[in-house]
Structure formats: C-alpha cells, structure tokens
Design a protein around this ligand. Structure first.
Ligand SMILES: O=P(O)(O)OC[C@H]1O[C@@H](O)[C@H](O)[C@@H](O)[C@@H]1O
Length: 289
C-alpha cells in the first residue's frame, strides 16, 4: 500500500530498522511490523501500554520479535507431532502485505495484512496455495481476526495469537475464567484440571482446553485485561520464570516479572481442519476495565 492511500492517523514508518505501520488516533496509539504482521503496541489513550515488549528483542526481517503478538501459523510450537520447524510456524517470520487501512467514523483503525505461499521463504512442506488474512482493529479495544482459506488441498492448521501482556508483577496477578478447565501442563508433561484462578509461582506453560473469556486481574497496575475469543478452542498461558528467561538470548534475565502470555489458540487435537476452498476465522477482542 502506498503512503498516499493511508487514512489520517496511520503512517508507514521504520521502527528498529523494520518497516511498520504506526497508528496515532484520538483513541489509541499502536504499531504493527510488516515482519510477521506483528502487533508490537496497542495503548488506549490515557492508559499504560497493554502489550509487553522485551528490551532484548531482535529486530531483523525473517526473525521472531519477542513480545507484542507473534502470529503463530500454520503450526504451534513444534507442531502436533513435535517435529516441525521453524518453531510456531513460518507466519511470524514472513513479510505480510498491508492490503487495506481504514479509519471508521467512530475512530477505529482497521488494518488488513495478507500472506500467501508466494511470500514465504520456506513452507516446511505446507501447501503453497493457502491464503491468510489478518485484520487488526484498534480503538479503545483491539480486535484481532486471523482468517485462513484452503486452496485445492485440505489443510490442517494450528494457529495462535501469542499475546504478551504487560503486568505490574506476574507473581501478583490472577487469571480468571479457566477454573475447572482441563489443560496440558507442558512443564510437568501431564494433563491436569484447573482449580480456581491461575497464578504464577514457577515456570508455567499450559494449553487449556477452553473457549472461555479470560480476565487478567492486575491490582498493582489497577486494571483488568479482558480477552474474549471466538472460534478458539485453547488458551495458552505462559511465563518462563527464572531459568528459561536466562536461557533465551532475546529475553532479559529479569523481564519475566513484567509479563505474562495469555494466547488465543487452536492447537494439538483442536487444530482446524479445512476442506478444499473452505475458510475459518479465529478472533480475539482485548479490552481494559
Ligand atoms: O521462544 P518462542 O518460540 O517464541 O516460544 C515461546 C513459548 O511460547 C509458548 O506459547 C509455548 O507454549 C512455549 O512452550 C514457548 O516456550
């Protein structure tokens, strides 16, 4: 898209050496990198940033950005069978195309990014004739909608809006909405059932089998982040804690206290099955109360 077609409040910028779309309206500020269609910032006016970004992130085309919202597709982590690379799929490493940018009369900015097989350097065996489109709508709330359409072959798709939230202290927040949900505990390597709210007391890496709305209650920052989902069968909750943070090159050793991931996901046995020509949309709406 050329600069002259952009609505007021939307501009193409270079940020950390990468091409990005900056949003600055009466309702919010935001930033989306073209690499991975990666939402790195969404801050409603008068609020603290909702998304967390690592001070140690890499910013290189074709490399994952640490923080914000990596878009994981067409597999999650190493995939259902545990043997796929790159981790979390090629979408977060690929150059998405900005195909539409609109400002609505009520002040919402809606950006649409698209990705096809032609944009991907290494498909890792995934069929090339898919089409993915990602609509990011920012105002006082943010809506994210990932649509995938199959070409001539059936597709199996895992997908995640791998959202890193900024919190006052991960050890003090609680996540409501998952009480009673079954989950895969990837740290312990077994299946469990959630009892009460989720809190962080150690490395946490869980795939919840739940479509429910979650609420991150953060008394230190005096706010609650609400994540409402549609067509997402899983919520992944992740905090790397001490040792894993130290082991990651693009994650500061002490940064884990200021973040937690609550991710909108379809993965493992809940991977989306698409017949030829069919499409599917998974979405999340994030707001503050
Ligand atoms: O380091 P990456 O590839 O961005 O992944 C970060 C984490 O992402 C989470 O979603 C996974 O459940 C974790 O297992 C993983 O460690």
């Amino acid at each position: 898209m050329s600069e002259k077609n952009l609505p007021q409040g939307v501009s193409i910028v270079t940020e950390n050496g990468l091409e990005a779309v900056r949003i600055d309206t009466e309702l919010c500020t935001g930033l989306v990198y073209r690499n991975g269609a990666h939402v790195a910032e969404w801050t409603p006016k008068g609020s603290e940033p909702v998304l967390w970004m690592s001070g140690s992130s890499h910013f290189t085309d074709g490399t994952a950005i640490r923080g914000g919202i990596p878009l994981c597709f067409p597999w999650f982590g190493p995939g259902r069978d545990g043997d796929r690379t790159p981790a979390h799929g090629f979408a977060r490493l690929s150059p998405w195309n900005l195909t539409s940018a609109e400002l609505s009369p009520n002040g919402l900015v809606r950006l649409v990014f698209t990705l096809t097989g032609d944009d991907v350097a290494d498909l890792g065996g995934f069929p090339a004739d898919f089409e993915a489109s990602y609509a990011v709508t920012m105002g006082t709330a943010m809506q994210l909608a990932l649509t995938v359409r199959a070409g001539e072959q059936p597709l199996e798709v895992e997908e995640a809006l791998h959202t890193y939230f900024a919190v006052g202290d991960a050890r003090q927040v609680r996540i409501e909405g998952l009480d009673g949900a079954d989950y895969l505990d990837k740290v312990a390597g077994d299946r469990r059932t959630q009892s009460g709210d989720v809190t962080f007391t150690a490395e946490t890496d869980r795939v919840y089998f739940s479509e429910a709305t979650t609420r991150i209650v953060d008394e230190q920052l005096g706010r609650t982040i609400v994540v409402e989902k549609a067509c997402s069968a899983n919520t992944v909750v992740w905090n790397p804690w001490v040792d894993k943070s130290e082991a990651m090159a693009d994650f500061g050793d002490e940064e884990w206290t200021g973040m937690c991931c609550v991710e909108t996901v379809n993965a493992l046995g809940d991977a989306t099955q698409l017949s030829p020509g069919a499409s599917h949309t998974m979405s999340a709406t994030i707001s503050l109360t």
